[in-house]
Design a protein around this ligand. Structure first.
Ligand code: FES
Length: 121
């Protein structure tokens, strides 16, 4: 792993996530409170990108099936509850989950030097 610059603090708007790249990996960067946070832009459900999902209170919602993750920890807080934004009943959630169990997304520690943000990737 090497230290990679992913963004400048000026690139990040409050209440929004920024999609960035680090050593060929797509990552999501956001500011939560006073802290800069980063997770992989790859949903652990089916490996799809999450950067266009709704971001609220430090949590991003995967736009495909509604799984939710804390951007500062990668912790899964909701697993597969919808299909492209349409809520699903319990039996359909199990079908769409396709046998996959709730899983956290990879998170990265963000370091700051001046206005530059870095992760080890
Ligand atoms: S790909 Fe993200 S919840 Fe299915």
């Amino acid at each position: 792993m090497t230290k990679v610059r992913i963004a400048s603090t000026t690139d990040i708007s409050s209440g929004k996530v920024l999609k960035a790249s680090a050593n060929g990996q797509s990552v999501i960067v956001a500011k939560v409170g006073d802290k800069y946070c980063a997770i992989a832009n790859k949903c652990p459900h089916l490996g799809l990108p999450m950067a266009k999902g709704k971001f609220e209170n430090g949590v991003i919602t995967c736009p495909f099936h509604g799984s939710k993750f804390e951007v500062c920890t990668g912790k899964n807080v909701e697993w597969v509850d919808s299909f492209v934004g349409i809520p699903l009943p319990g039996f359909a959630q199990k079908i769409v989950a396709m046998g996959k169990s709730p899983t956290d997304v990879k998170s990265f520690a963000v370091t700051q030097e001046g206005s530059d943000l870095f992760i080890n990737a």
